[in-house]
Every structure is written in structure tokens, then in C-alpha cells.
Design a protein around this ligand. Sequence first.
Ligand SMILES: *Cc1c(COP(=O)(O)O)cnc(C)c1O
Length: 358
Amino acid sequence: MSNNVEDLARANVRALTPYQSARRLGGNGDVWLNANEFPLPVPFELSQQTLNRYPECQPKLVISRYAAYAGVQPEQVLVSRGADEGIELLMRAFCEPGKDAILFCPPTYGMYSVSAETIGIEYRTVPALDNWQLNLPAIADQLDGVKVVYMCSPNNPTGNLIDQDDIRQLLAMTAGKALVVADEAYIEFCPQATLAGWLQEFPHLVILRTLSKAFALAGLRCGFTLANKPVIDLLLKVIAPYPLATPVADVAAQALSEQGIALMRQHAQQLNDNRAWLCEQLPQLSVVQQVFPSETNYILARFTDSPKVFKTLWDQGIILRDQNKNPGLAGCLRISIGTREECERLIAALQALSVEQA
Ligand SMILES: *Cc1c(COP(=O)(O)O)cnc(C)c1O
């Protein structure tokens, strides 16, 4: 008998490649444009001095403020350790390992497959069409045994919204069979596109939200699941007893105050303005082949020599996210929108490369 603990681990965990987060990939930059974070910290002060006590599982103030912000009822809101925990709770509550499957449409966010692999649930992929929209007939063909369909809109890393008529069709073909989970991590950059108003009509619709992007709180680890009460009640059965630390709930409640939301909206507007500026500048550079339209705080672009661009900028402390290995994204890098100064440094660095190439 081998004395190797590796052999004791579950087979799917031994085979697992963990999520390659921007933090894990490292780098020594001073211009971080690889994790879709807000570029500047927002200051908060802790007001709760009750760390001797366990926290509330679902802190009431956070829930009521998020419900008011999202335009839903408090009973339709679950708060968790980031939207990532919401992704996994849905699988744990709805998918039988070794029997049920989830489905998603690459290129898209990497955690759907990582969570499925970790729990031991089959995942099916139906590649997006060339315009990054849903391939509905192919999805219809693959739905057998699928319990959860994850659909990211606006999509990470492509930046586009999913067509709402297509989403209606997806909801029609999954009714009574599977949940449709709309990942709205970036919805604050295009708030008119939210599906929150559809919850009354669709009992199998679920929406994921986060404080990590426009709210500038990636380090807080706080996300939300919006759904009708029967779904929320099932998720409450499988969530940890104390998913949110007291300081997390404290800061989240402040971020969701009237002033907190107003500040977030200013920030989202600034980043949208910076994105518009980048979308004018990037196509003028000879190293840039194609710039995909974006509704988010990042831009996906295809470069003539993306490994060289990535490495050259990396060496200058400008860290981008390589998307080369993502299906359909050869030559693509994803650029998070930073401060105006960071955007200018990026363009200057790319200009230097373009001159060199010319
Ligand atoms: C960042 C991101 C998340 C994760 O959000 P957290 O709340 O930080 O866990 C979920 N989905 C998408 C598409 C994201 O880009």
C-alpha cells in the first residue's frame, strides 16, 4: 500500500486544474489590468465591535439594502462569499454528482467548469456563435440531464451582452427542466440590461451579482444570488452557517447605502468613459488587429503578436490577461479598464511596439 496522500484524494480532485486567478498567476506590475478590479481602493471604517459573537448567516441590513438596490424582494436575495460561492451553491443544491450535468457556452468565465470538476458534476459546453451569442439549437440538443445552464451577460471575457430574445428562448426550452443562471457580475456598467425584472415571470431564473467589480470590493468577497423564494430556500439549506464574516457584512452594508451606491455609479461612469477613450485609441495601433465592443470594465482585443505584446507590457509592469488558450480567442488579450493615467500608460506602451513593428 502506497503511503502517498495524493492517492487518498478524490480522482476528480487529483485531475483538477485549479482556477488560474490573476492573483495566482502573479507578476510584478504596478499597472494591474488583469482581474477586472476597480483600480483604486474605496475607504471604509468598521463599525461593529462584536467579533466575540458569530455573525448572522444572512445579515438583514445587507439583504434589505441589496434587495432595494436590485429592485427585488428581500426573500429573493441570498448573500454569499462572492458570486463564486453562488455558482457552487447552485450546483450543490441542484446537481447530483455522477448523474446531472451543467451547461455553459465558451468562451466564458472559468469558474463554472472548476466548480463542476471539484464537486464531480459533468459539464457540457456549447461554443458561442461567431458573434458570441447563444447557439440555441445546439443548446436544445444538449439539454438532456442538464440541471443548470450558466449564461454570463455581459460575458467575461468577450464583453458583449447576450441577446434578450435568445435568453427568453433559452428560458422557454429549460422551463421545468433546468435553472438558467444569468451571471451579471458586470451589470453595473450596463444596468439597463439586467434580468432582475424577469424573476416574477420565470421561477427557474437565477441572477448572480457581486460587489467585486463596479463596487470596488474584490477583496471583501461578497456576492449575491437573486431568485424566487423556493430557489433561495434550497440554497439556504446548503450554505455554510456563517458564510460572511462580521466585518464583511459591515462594509457591504456601507457600500449599499445611498452614498455607497452613488459613489459606485460615479466610478462605473468613469470607467465607461475610459473604455470609450481606449476604444478610440486601440484601433489606431498597428499591433491591434481587432477590438471587440464591450459593455463592461474590460476590453477584449486581438493582437498581431499577442505573446510579444503580453511579455513586453509585463516587463514594463503593465499586467494584462492572456486569453490565447480560451476557445476561439487565439491572439486575444483582455484589458481591464484602469484609471485614465493607467489607460494612457497602456496606449503609450502599445504605441512604442507599433512604431517598432512599422
Ligand atoms: C469576477 C466574476 C465573478 C466572481 O465574483 P466574486 O464575487 O468576486 O466571486 C463571477 N462571475 C464573473 C463572470 C466574474 O467575472
